[in-house]
Design a protein around this ligand. Structure first.
Ligand code: 6PG
Length: 260
C-alpha cells in the first residue's frame, strides 16, 4: 500500500530545508532500527540546493553520516568529473564537504564502455550493500527523485524501453530525445523503497506535476507519465513542490493524504 503525501512550500528555501529535515528524520529511524541509512540521490540541478543545506549546520552535525550508504537513481554517460555528471555535483556539494568515506559512495559508472555491463554491475553493488540475499529488490530507505518537464524521473523518459522493465533493478536506457544512453534505476527497485521523495520547483514543472498528480487518481498501471508510475508498494510517496510549481488544483490534494 502506498501512502502519498503532497506538500506545497511557499519558497524553494523552505522546501529544501523541509527536505533536509525529512532526510534527517528518516536517517535517524533507519540508523536506530537497522544501523544504516540507504539513500539514493537524484540527479539534475534541483538537488544542488538541498545538498548545500545538508552540508551545513544543523544537518551537517545532526545526521550520523558515517552510517549513510550513498547511491544514485541515474547517471549520464559521462566521466565522474564531467560537469554533467550527477555524481560530480553531489561530490562537490555534499560528499566532499561532509568527508564521506569512499567505501560508502556507490556511484554508477556512467562512463563505462558497455552501459549494459555497468547497469548489471550496479545492480550487484546494490544487492551486495543493501540486498536481503533474495531475488526481491532491496528496500532502499529513501530514493530522492526529480521531475523533468516531460514528467520523466531518474532516466525513465517517456517512450523509452526502461519503462517496461519488470525484472532488472538498473538498466542502460537509450534516450533518443537526448541522443544518449543513460543508466537508471527501474520501477521494480524504486517502488520497493521505504520512501520516495520528489522535489520539484519552478513554473516550468507545473504542467508535468499536474499530469503526474492526476495520474494518482487511478492505479499505477493506468498512469500516463513515467513519474506517475512511482508508487512504493509498501512505503511512502512524498511530493515537495514550491508555490511556483504547484498546479492550480493542488489544494485538491493538500486536504488529506491519499492512501492507495
Ligand atoms: C537527471 C535526473 C533527472 C532530473 C530531472 C529534473 O539525471 O537529469 O535524474 O530525472 O531529476 O530531469 O532535472 P532538474 O532538477 O535539472 O530540473
Amino acid at each position: 500500500m502506498t501512502q502519498t503525501c503532497f506538500y506545497v512550500h511557499d519558497e524553494p528555501a523552505q522546501l529544501f530545508r523541509a527536505a533536509a529535515q525529512r532526510i534527517s528524520e528518516l536517517a535517524t529511524v533507519a540508523i536506530a532500527e537497522r544501523g544504516r541509512f540507504l539513500l539514493a540521490l537524484s540527479g539534475g540541478s534541483t538537488p544542488r540546493a538541498l545538498f548545500d543545506v545538508l552540508a551545513l549546520a544543523p544537518f551537517r552535525d545532526g545526521i550520523d553520516w558515517d552510517c549513510v550508504e550513498f547511491f544514485w537513481g541515474d547517471e549520464r554517460a559521462v566521466a565522474p568529473d564531467h560537469p554533467d555528471s550527477n555524481f560530480q555535483m553531489a561530490n562537490e556539494a555534499l560528499l566532499q564537504p561532509l568527508q564521506i568515506a569512499p567505501e560508502r559512495i556507490h556511484r554508477m559508472v556512467g562512463e563505462h564502455a558497455d552501459p549494459g555491463t555497468a547497469a548489471r554491475d550496479y545492480a550487484r553493488t546494490i544487492a551486495t550493500v543493501a540486498g536481503p540475499g533474495s531475488d526481491a529488490p532491496p528496500r532502499l530507505d529513501l530514493i530522492l527523485l526529480g521531475l523533468g518537464d516531460d514528467a520523466h524521473t531518474a532516466s525513465l523518459f517517456p517512450g523509452t524501453a526502461a519503462l517496461a522493465e519488470t525484472e532488472s533493478w538498473v538498466v542502460a536506457n537509450d534516450v533518443p530525445q537526448l541522443d544518449t544512453t543513460r543508466l537508471t534505476m527501474t520501477f521494480p527497485l524504486i517502488n520497493a523503497a521505504r520512501e520516495v521523495l520528489f522535489l520539484a520547483t519552478g513554473a516550468k514543472k507545473t504542467e508535468a506535476i499536474a499530469a503526474v498528480w492526476n495520474d494518482h487518481g487511478a492505479n499505477a498501471d493506468a498512469a500516463t507519465t513515467p513519474a506517475g508510475r512511482v508508487r512504493p508498494h509498501d512505503g511512502q510517496l512524498t511530493w515537495f513542490v514550491d508555490r511556483a510549481a504547484a498546479p492550480d488544483q493542488a489544494s485538491m490534494y493538500l486536504e488529506d493524504e491519499i492512501v492507495e
